[in-house]
Design a protein around this ligand. Structure first.
Ligand SMILES: Nc1nc2c(c(=O)[nH]1)N[C@H]1C(S)=C(S)[C@@H](COP(=O)(O)OP(=O)(O)OC[C@H]3O[C@@H](n4cnc5c(=O)[nH]c(N)nc54)[C@H](O)[C@@H]3O)O[C@H]1N2
Ligand SMILES: Nc1nc2c(c(=O)[nH]1)N[C@H]1C(S)=C(S)[C@@H](COP(=O)(O)OP(=O)(O)OC[C@H]3O[C@@H](n4cnc5c(=O)[nH]c(N)nc54)[C@H](O)[C@@H]3O)O[C@H]1N2
Ligand SMILES: [Mo]
Length: 821
């Protein structure tokens, strides 16, 4: 059995396969030092939570402690494989810094308190503010990292119980654009494609998606196709020379913020060459003529100038995309967090619509998610949508939801879409939101323009509740801190990018008095005395499984239909893809296979928006445009980004991820192998800019924007010229040094701006003007950037490795039981 250092080899051993065949199995296992597989007492079923891939795994338990993980070979998603964060990240669960008791602020200090005292503070403040101002004083800012049952409970309590419209998730920073783009084109959220499309595709295109670092197991599947017979062509659109770009047949490295121009150019060429499926367009879509008109003035040469990409490369990419027989596309933050996010992402949908590439094996479209449970935040109405992809501007949908909840329809705010988090921060800044309850997200590091965020969150007049598992940068600012139990310590379900639902069972007891997020919400609902129309308790469930049963009823008949699923069905075998109901008892592999969409005026989740201004389309307008519920081909004009380089700030700054860390590192920073692989922030610049700036690998630099500054060592990489990249993982908390004294000086979001996409309201983390200056010679060592993802072009930089403590097993002999796709 291969024993592999999975820090050095994040994607593990290749198992090549050809088109139309099944992806071979490989079972990855990592156990704590000194634990042999036969010493494990129990293996408890779950799935991964440090990305959106949904890799199924079993948690190894010995003497009541987590001691390791093993991929589930029978699961359709990963066929046994795990990535580095999955293999090592679980160790953070048992970290000595876990919150074990509630904390309340007394005389300026956070001190330990009982649950009663902490919850009474939350409840009395909620009641006081409701009496003084009404529900608009209260905001909830949740996450993409809890379980479905928790979001559904939160959605009910916030929308149907308190009646506040201020409910959003960090999914706004993450996949709001995925949801928006799907709604624009297909009338509803829901990923059309399936991971098995990788097994069939002859072209795979990744738009602003560094899958190699952010969904390592899915990338292994692509690598195995590339290593097998008849490999697919690979198209990569990314300003950096990522591992995806290195493997690509064509790599387009556009100027940041020009994605829409690029897409319009590709569509221009595809239409000009008549590589389109006219029958499909005629039968299943509306709007094609608008697109033809819009892209008419985007010939390849013009787009080559806007994007600064060779025209020949654009033509080559257009030919591959235009002539492939089975095209799979993925889209992620390079589009979602950039200028004209929704408009650009919708053009990828258009590519599939004009080519008729939907609903068949290999013809897949994945507007990717990022967080493990982001799909559920959206489905359950905890993030600016109503539960079950109901349309907040359709009164019949609101009434239907009110019937499910047994509340008066007027109790559910629907005078405008639920408030997005950037607007909630604005309301808090202005003083109309006076209580903010933050769960499982760390806005003091992850929101843009941190100096402003800190000033908002530290206001005396704002009552801040933070529910976390560690004393995060945000929790340190709170008035009440609620210690949560997390993955492995509680039971629930969650849904990955390709709609696969997994059950995650409780494996071990939470530390100290930490409680599952679900229990905290249920407790709050009870203490608030929330009632339904008949005066009975509003929340009718008491644990995860009963919450799931209630959710099934809420989802019945809606696109994300869970009514045919049970916890028992999710035990033992593979995860199952929604919709799962009477018509589809085994789940549904691909959406829209019949060319029918969830877009009819009375069923759709949204009537759409103007892609450039974000203005909502009126119901009557939508009904006139799309009476039969077809897919909508929606065109949009490229406009220049709001902040462009100047003499003072000559570079374009983009931010993003590295393979070994998850977000603000509260977990991965506490797993030795992961922290050692990427211990500190760095800034990536091209060799061309390095020479202009007088920089060599490892020099200390200061990166500035109009908002702030940070210090980082320089990595001279294959990034395109004119662009600098900073990973956003490094807040001011530090694993080794405790809290850095006065240290706000390394978080990428010190630099980013308060601006968002007009449609999805997703903040623009990847467009800003910046300067990089050398402030000192390095100590001779290279930048602390991993060679696997952010490789240096300078000679002599050692390869990243994990050593003996990172060695994991890869069992290539295991076969999957039959019947799993
Ligand atoms: N290792 C790791 N994996 C993760 C996470 C993590 O923190 N760490 N987080 C998870 C989450 S929540 C998310 S949302 C996903 C995100 O996954 P990705 O979207 O793959 O990750 P990012 O690094 O944010 O951005 C992807 C790429 O966008 C490129 N980019 C920047 N600007 C532009 C542009 O203007 N145009 C184009 N075309 N590309 C551009 C960047 O160079 C970068 O390589 O990852 C998930 N998986
Ligand atoms: N500059 C820049 N900024 C970005 C991005 C970028 O690319 N560039 N990406 C954006 C994206 S896509 C995302 S998703 C966000 C992520 O940003 P955040 O959501 O702020 O990042 P996390 O570190 O995942 O924060 C999750 C918090 O929840 C806690 N936690 C973990 N599990 C549990 C649990 O079970 N219960 C509770 N109650 N707490 C738990 C963790 O300890 C942690 O404090 O960042 C966004 N910000
Ligand atoms: Mo994300």
């Amino acid at each position: 059995m291969p024993q592999t250092d999975r820090i050095a080899e994040p994607w593990g051993t290749r198992t090549p396969y050809g088109p139309g065949t099944s992806w071979p199995a490989r079972t990855d296992t990592f156990l704590a030092d000194g634990v042999a597989p036969e010493e494990v007492d129990r293996w408890v079923q779950s799935a991964t939570i440090l990305h959106s891939n949904g890799d199924a795994l079993d948690i190894a338990v010995r003497d009541g402690q987590m001691v390791g993980v093993r991929g589930r070979v029978e699961d359709r998603v990963n066929h046994g494989r795990l990535g580095p964060k999955d293999l090592y990240g679980w160790q953070a669960n048992a970290d000595r810094d876990r919150l074990t008791r509630p904390l309340v602020r007394k005389d300026g200090e956070l001190v330990e308190a009982t649950w009663d005292e902490a919850m009474e503070r939350v409840v009395s403040n909620t009641k006081r503010l409701m009496a003084e101002q009404g529900a608009s004083a209260i905001g909830f800012y949740t996450t993409g990292q809890l379980f479905l049952e928790e979001y559904y409970t939160l959605g009910l309590i916030a929308h149907g119980g308190l009646g506040t419209n201020h409910v959003d998730g960090n999914t706004r920073l993450c996949t709001a654009t995925a949801a928006a783009a799907l709604k624009e084109s297909f009338g509803s959220d829901g990923q059309p494609g399936s991971y098995t499309d990788i097994d069939h595709a002859d072209v795979i295109a990744l738009f602003g998606h560094n899958m190699a670092e952010t969904q390592t197991v899915l990338w292994s599947r692509v690598l195995d196709r590339l290593a097998g017979p008849n490999p697919p062509a690979l198209v990569c659109v990314d300003p950096r020379l990522t591992p995806v770009a290195r493997a690509a047949t064509v790599h387009l490295a556009p100027r940041p913020g020009t994605n829409l121009a690029l897409m319009n150019g590709l569509l221009h060429e595809i239409i000009a060459q008549d590589w389109v499926d006219h029958d499909y367009i005629d039968q299943h879509t509306v709007g094609f003529d608008d697109l033809v008109q819009m892209v008419a003035d985007h010939p390849v040469e013009r787009v080559a100038t806007i994007c600064d990409v060779p025209a020949a490369d654009l033509r080559k990419a257009a030919r591959i995309l235009g002539t492939g027989r089975r095209l799979l596309s993925t889209v992620l933050q390079g589009f979602y967090q950039s200028h004209q996010a929704t408009a650009a992402s919708v053009q990828v949908n258009n590519l599939h619509l004009v080519r008729g590439m939907l609903g068949r094996p290999g013809c897949g479209l994945l507007q990717m998610n990022g967080q493990p449970t982001a799909q559920n935040t959206r489905e359950c109405g905890a993030d600016g949508d109503l539960p079950g992809f109901r349309n907040w501007s359709n009164d019949a949908h609101v009434q239907d939801l009110a019937a499910v909840w047994n509340v008066d329809p007027m109790r559910i705010p629907h005078y405008s879409p639920p408030t997005h988090v950037m607007q909630m921060m604005r309301y808090a800044e202005e003083g109309s939101i006076r209580m903010l309850w933050v769960q499982a997200t760390n806005p003091a590091v992850s929101l843009p323009e941190l100096a402003r965020v800190r000033s908002i969150l530290t206001q005396e007049r704002l009552f801040l509740v933070v529910q976390d598992i560690f004393l995060s940068e945000t929790a340190q600012l709170a008035d009440v801190v609620l210690p949560a139990a997390t993955w492995g310590e509680k039971t629930g379900t969650f849904t990955n990018v390709d709609r696969t639902v997994h059950l995650s069972e409780k494996a071990v007891e939470p530390p100290g008095e930490a409680r599952p997020d679900l229990d905290i919400f249920l407790d709050f609902g009870q203490r608030m005395g929330l009632r339904n129309k008949d005066g009975a308790p509003l929340v009718t469930w008491h644990d995860a499984e009963s919450a799931f049963e209630a959710w099934k009823e809420c989802s019945r008949g809606r696109p994300c239909d869970y009514s045919g699923l049970t916890y028992d069905m999710l035990r033992g075998g593979s995860g199952i893809q929604w919709p799962c109901n009477e018509d589809h008892p085994d789940g549904t592999e691909r959406l829209y296979a019949d060319g029918k969409f969830w877009s009819s005026p009375d069923y759709c989740e949204s009537y759409g928006r103007d892609l450039v201004t974000g203005a909502p389309v009126e119901p009557t307008e939508y009904a006139a445009l799309n009476p039969e519920g077809r897919a909508v081909i929606k065109a949009a004009r490229y406009v220049v980004p709001h902040e462009i380089p100047s003499e003072q700030f000559p570079l374009q700054l983009i931010t993003g991820r590295t393979l070994y860390h998850f977000h603000t590192r509260t977990k991965t920073g506490r797993a030795r192998q992961l922290q050692a692989a990427a211990p500190e922030v760095w800034v990536e610049v091209s060799a061309y800019d390095a020479e202009l700036l007088g920089l060599v690998e490892g020099d200390l630099t200061e990166v500035t924007t109009p908002r702030g500054r940070l210090r980082a060592k320089a990595r001279i990489s294959g990034i395109r010229r004119g662009v600098a990249f900073v990973p956003f993982h490094y807040g001011y908390w530090d694993t080794d040094a405790g809290h850095e004294p006065g240290g706000h000086g390394r978080a990428a979001n010190e630099l980013t701006m308060t601006d968002w996409d007009p449609c999805s309201k997703q903040p623009l983390f990847k467009t800003a003007a910046a300067a990089v200056h050398k402030v000192g010679d390095g100590d001779g060592s290279p930048a602390p950037a991993p060679s696997t993802g952010s490789a240096s072009v300078a000679p002599g930089v050692p390869a990243t490795a994990g050593g003996p403590e990172a060695v994991a097993d890869e069992d290539l002999s295991a076969t999957r039981p039959g019947g799993v796709r």
